[in-house]
Design a protein around this ligand. Structure first.
Ligand code: AMP
Length: 305
């Protein structure tokens, strides 16, 4: 596995790679959730590139940027064992040199829920992903369902700014008790960890009620909210429109049940998509099938003319 450290060298090398190229962006502290993205990218591409960069732009001033878990050598070994061909791990100075002033922003989906709890977060994500896409020029970008609002933001970014890259969404990987894997789970105390699976249980209960045809928003959300175990507290639980993240009232399908709970200063995020009557999953299914035209054939199957 080759490791590159600067945007310019990364692009020069990326342009020599066999296509299609899959990009898996990460902030490190890797777990099986990240590996599911790598495995999917391996299956669907001739070359897999991973990036590892803890992006300060997406952390608020009182968030955990300084103490975010960093384990570069172990992460690089995991990625190499997973079959990653190229690791792009830029330094902070190369990504944001003195005078760096650009910001990428979106008018939709970024103001509510995670956007409201973490002002500036999605602008930071959109900015770094734009830089990663310019550095690697991948065929497909692999994202986890776990961060479902991020998926909506990045789908809008790539569509609206005409990036020639597909988004592929990989289902959330969970612990056996249902807790979604996250690098931040390491922050949980034993008591918080024991209560943590109640987040997913609550969201699943809400999703089951929506699937069964319940439309009374207040009653359904109250049923889910009540299932959260102490010492966790909700930041929010909602059933939202899959594209706009506007809350659905009355409830209907398709939708996404989203929730964020707080354990001290650690936030646990999760979601459960609810398919429409057509059975189409509103998160995992490509939003616009025409974009499949962007998919390139593996280099080996392309004819030489
Ligand atoms: P992060 O390193 O937290 O920025 O995450 C990098 C990518 O891995 C993002 O696309 C996340 O949505 C994805 N990811 C994180 N946790 C999981 C999980 N439990 N299952 C699937 N994907 C995940």
């Amino acid at each position: 596995m080759q490791i590159v450290r600067t945007p310019s060298s990364s692009r020069a090398i990326a342009r020599t790679l066999a296509r299609p190229v899959g990009l898996v962006p990460t902030m490190g502290a890797l777990h099986r959730g990240h590996l599911a993205l790598v495995e999917r990218a391996k299956r669907e591409n001739a070359t897999v590139v991973a990036s590892l960069f803890v992006n300060p732009l997406q952390f608020g001033p009182n968030e955990d940027f300084e103490r975010y878990p960093r384990s570069f050598d172990a992460d690089a070994a995991v990625l190499e064992a997973g079959g990653v061909d190229l690791l792009y791990a830029p330094s902070l100075e190369r990504m944001y040199p003195p005078g760096f002033a650009a910001r990428v922003g979106l008018d939709v989906v970024t103001a509510q829920y995670e956007g409201a709890w973490r002002p500036g977060h999605f602008g930071g994500v959109a900015t770094v992903v734009t830089k990663l896409l310019h550095a690697i020029e991948p065929t497909s970008l692999y994202l986890g369902q776990k961060d479902v609002q991020q998926v909506a933001v990045l789908r809008a970014l790539l569509r609206d700014l005409d990036f020639a890259t597909n988004v592929v969404v990989v289902p959330t990987v969970r612990e056996p008790d249902g807790l979604a894997l996250s690098s931040r789970n390491a922050y949980l105390s034993a008591q918080e960890r024991a209560a943590a699976p109640s987040v997913f249980r609550a969201l699943e209960t809400v999703a089951a009620l929506v699937r069964s045809g319940e439309t009374d928003r207040a009653r359904v959300l109250a049923a889910g909210e009540a299932l959260l175990e102490a010492p966790l507290r909700w930041d929010y639980v909602a059933v939202v429109d899959p594209k706009t993240f506007v809350p659905l009232d009355p409830l209907r399908r398709p939708g996404i049940v989203i929730g964020a709970a707080r354990a001290g200063s650690t936030r646990l995020l999760d979601n459960v998509p609810v398919a429409g009557a057509d059975g189409i999953d509103p998160v995992l299914t490509p939003e616009n099938p025409r974009r499949r035209n962007l998919t390139e054939k593996p280099a080996s199957s392309r004819s030489m003319r």
